[in-house]
Write a new protein. Structure first.
Length: 383
């Protein structure tokens, strides 16, 4: 069942925080008192000043009853008053058969009557008593006397905030030396075999070359004599044939030779599984293996599987009965979340403290400290 377009909230996971309930109550009281003051001024201006007090008293009482009746109808039909609408709260039923639904005008009548009778005549003592009873509720529902009699509970209907995981510092960029890559590539490429030069065949014999290089001698004139017998010319031996040139390997064949295979790359080793160990100032220490709940007497929700129930003593009662929870997320991160405790949960990281919002998970790192009321938990990541 939904009211004003909003789905019925889960009562167990949306109990309103005390400070937000106080602010909503203060807003409603300021609006009511402003209307009462306007009615009193109008009664004085119209009736009391003219010595006619009875109609003035009737006007004031009528306005008070009208304001109280409007608040009853708003609380019973939709669980919303101006203050609760401003703070994102709503009054719903706590009965098992109608949990999360409006309480109805009849129960709202009882709730508003008790709240009005115990707060207006006591000058704030009744309001403080109601707040104390709600804070000491053992069930963690923060129900005052008026809520217990009417079977109601105040819940937070705001959408839960999503906490983003902290970004890790980016790894340094790898520097690539382009000059070294070019040199290595050039060394790896085999050079083609050089073509052996074939010796050129001689164009003329050594005797002919020597004859051409020798100077020409002009004989002096001599006496005429009988010509000598002709001498046959000596044949010049032929030049030996040039040896056949060895076959020249082409550059394509030299390049096509297969290069030696690269050395095998070793397979990456899987990272060691990390374990999270928590140690409390009471001496309790264990390795987190599932959902853990912390408090003076922690109780799991219906159907909730709990691996660790950590019961801690609290000297100043600053630790709620079921104060907080922590567990390991799917990515291996340890996550802590306050379960709507009265005094809240504080994260201490490197000496800096930060309060955690209710029902808002926060990731922990190695060396963190977490304070639950007056108790402290140290977080260590073991490889």
């Amino acid at each position: 069942m939904s009211v004003a377009g909003l789905p019925a909230p889960t009562v167990e996971a949306a109990i309103a925080e005390p400070d937000r309930r106080f602010y909503a109550f203060a807003i409603d009281r300021v609006i009511a008192w402003a209307i009462f003051a306007a009615a009193g001024f109008a009664a004085w201006l119209i009736f009391f000043r003219n010595d006619n007090p009875l109609p003035g008293v009737g006007l004031i009482v009528s306005v008070v009853l009208a304001v109280w009746l409007v608040g009853t109808v708003l609380t019973g039909s939709g669980g919303k008053t101006p203050g609760k609408m401003a703070l994102g709260l709503r009054v719903v039923s706590d009965d098992s058969g109608a949990a999360g639904r409006p309480i109805g005008v009849g129960k709202a009548f009882v709730r508003q009557a008790l709240l009005g009778l115990c707060t207006i005549p006591t000058l704030g003592i009744g309001t403080a008593t109601f707040a104390w009873v709600a804070a000491m509720d053992d069930r963690g529902r923060r129900q005052g006397w008026h809520d217990r009699r009417a079977g109601s509970v105040v819940v937070d209907v705001r959408p839960p905030a999503v906490v983003e995981a902290e970004e890790e510092a980016p790894a340094p960029r790898r520097i690539v030396n382009l000059t070294t890559m070019r040199l290595k590539q050039a060394e790896a490429t085999p050079e083609p075999a050089e073509r052996p030069q074939t010796p050129a065949a001689p164009t003329q014999s050594a005797a002919q070359a020597e004859a051409q290089a020798a100077p020409t001698l002009v004989p002096a004139p001599i006496a005429r004599q009988a010509p000598p017998a002709p001498v046959p010319p000596t044949p010049t031996p032929p030049a030996p044939p040039a040896p056949p040139a060895p076959p020249v390997a082409s550059a394509a064949q030299a390049v096509a030779q297969p290069a030696p295979p690269p050395p095998p790359v070793p397979a990456p080793q899987p990272a060691a599984t990390a374990r999270w160990r928590v140690t409390f100032d009471t001496g309790q220490s264990f390795v987190v293996e599932g959902l853990a709940i912390v408090g003076r007497g922690p109780e799991p929700r219906p159907g909730e599987e709990v691996a660790h129930r950590v019961a801690l003593s609290s000297s100043d009662m600053s630790l709620s009965k079921t104060h907080a929870q922590f567990q390991i997320a799917a990515d291996g991160t340890l996550v802590v979340m306050d379960r709507g405790s009265t005094n809240g949960t504080t994260l201490i990281r490197q000496g800096a403290a930060r309060a955690l919002g209710a029902r808002r998970p926060a990731a922990l790192v190695d060396g963190d400290k977490v304070k639950f009321g007056d108790r402290t938990m140290d977080v260590v990541r073991e490889a």
